[in-house]
Design a protein around this ligand. Structure first.
Ligand SMILES: Cc1ncc(COP(=O)(O)O)c(C=O)c1O
Length: 427
């Protein structure tokens, strides 16, 4: 008997939705409709939220550090920890290599590239560090560039190149307000006015304000000048619906423990096959031949339970579907932003261009630009409203407060936050 959409999420099948114990189960059937319609179906998202065992003690709007695992993934992870402990090196010496290859192949297929262009890492940071420090087309006097909004460990690795490769580092400032045109103009100017520029780090979605950059256009402009781009997609993949060919990227950094919902300790890097020789094997690794991308990552003996759980996380991601996830996350951001954006002293640090944001958006109260100012706002949100957010620094325009809903965030949660922010802004 075919169940109606409502019956599927409200009726007899409810027990299925709330008992995600079996492997691969617990995935909520997605209702019919466009991604935007699904995004507004609060009943469906309540069912999705039940897949996350998160603290009821506070409203977590700080999901930009890492993503909580949905129940199927948490349970798979626990199982993999047990199996790893039971089998010990037998697992690592026999089945693990093949399982890791299968994960890389699945990740590659979702991203529109070959698994041979994917090397698993313990997260985005390891991917950033290995790509930046291994990038070999640099000569003394060349210039590498990042922006004020790039991730701090990416910035550090770029500065590390000064001593190691004799390069100069330049930092560009992403303009506020950050329109598409203004961003492209800043990159165009940097490219045309920096003749020795060889390498650009570009965050697809940065961790400070949440701004999404027009990466494809930036890569195209850079390529015309023989400048390579490392795309930091740690926050964007699993959050926004795109593939690597959509970006036309040669080098990419990804995290699986953010928006894919895999356990902490999972990520990967991507190098286009034809560009592999432009990145050194890490620490002169000889475990794999230089023609194998796995020689660009050597993490040593590590916890492989997170990697082994990635398949379940990808199942959950696919069941919801990237377009519905993206639409829901953007809807939650729009919902609070549209309640406060007209307040004269509230600066929203992502523009009203849907191609330039997802769930993450930072705000600033005009004139309150210091660390102390913004920490005070974060503290007040928590103490008075039990809403958890985070202060972010490093933005040229001043510190701000970052707000990041998750798949388990409700419309009521973001409405509560919007009311609290109005009170702060008007008070
Ligand atoms: C934009 C960006 N890049 C890279 C990273 C590093 O990723 P990971 O936490 O997986 O090491 C982060 C982490 O927050 C990030 O926000």
């Amino acid at each position: 008997m075919a169940l109606s959409r409502r019956a599927m999420i409200t009726g007899l099948s409810m027990s299925f939705l709330t008992t995600p114990a079996k492997a691969g189960a617990g995935v909520v059937p997605r209702p019919d409709g466009t991604p935007e319609q699904v995004a507004r179906d609060e009943e469906f998202w309540r069912a999705v939220a039940r897949q996350f065992k998160v603290s009821p003690d506070f409203v977590n709007l700080e999901n930009g550090y890492f993503g909580s695992m949905p129940e199927p993934v948490r349970l798979a992870y626990h199982r993999h920890v047990d199996v790893l402990n039971e089998q010990n090196s037998r697992l690592l010496r026999t089945s693990y290599k093949k399982q890791a290859e299968e994960i890389a192949a699945r990740v590659g297929a979702l991203l529109g590239v070959s698994g041979e262009e994917i090397a698993l890492t313990r997260g985005g940071t390891e991917a950033l560090q290995n790509l930046i420090t291994g990038y070999r087309r640099l000569a003394p006097g060349d210039v590498v560039m990042y922006s004020d909004l790039d991730y701090h460990s990416g910035q550090y690795a770029m500065k590390w190149l000064i001593g190691r490769r004799g390069v100069r580092v330049e930092r560009l400032v992403i303009p506020e307000p950050a329109t598409r045109r203004a961003v492209l103009d800043v990159y165009a100017k940097a490219l045309s006015s920096t003749p020795r520029l060889r390498l650009l780090l570009v965050s697809h979605m940065n961790n400070r304000t949440g701004l999404v950059l027009p990466v494809r256009e930036i890569i195209a402009m850079a390529r015309e000048r023989n400048v390579d781009v490392i795309v930091d997609a740690a926050h964007s993949w699993g959050h926004l619906d795109f593939t690597i060919p959509d970006l036309d990227a040669d080098f990419g950094v990804f995290s699986l423990h953010k928006w894919i919902g895999a356990p902490l300790g999972s990520g990967f890097l991507h190098i286009r096959k034809s560009r592999l020789a432009d990145v050194d094997p890490v620490f002169a690794d000889e475990t794999y031949p230089a023609s194998d991308i796995r020689s660009r990552v050597h993490s040593g003996t590590m916890d492989v339970a997170p990697v082994l759980s990635v398949g379940t996380a990808l199942d959950f991601h696919n069941a919801l579907g990237a377009p519905a996830k993206e639409a829901r996350l953007r809807y939650l951001r729009d919902r609070w932003v549209h309640q406060v954006r007209d307040l004269p002293n509230v600066e929203i640090l992502t523009p009203e261009d849907p191609s330039m944001y997802g769930a993450i958006t930072a705000f600033r109260i005009t004139g309150r630009t210091t660390e102390a100012d913004n920490q005070a706002i974060v503290d007040r949100l928590f103490e008075r409203h039990r809403i958890f957010t985070v202060r972010r620094g490093g933005v040229s325009g001043g510190d701000c407060v970052r707000v990041t809903p998750a798949l388990f965030t409700s419309r009521d949660d973001v409405d509560l936050f919007a009311r609290a922010l109005r009170e702060i802004a008007l008070g």
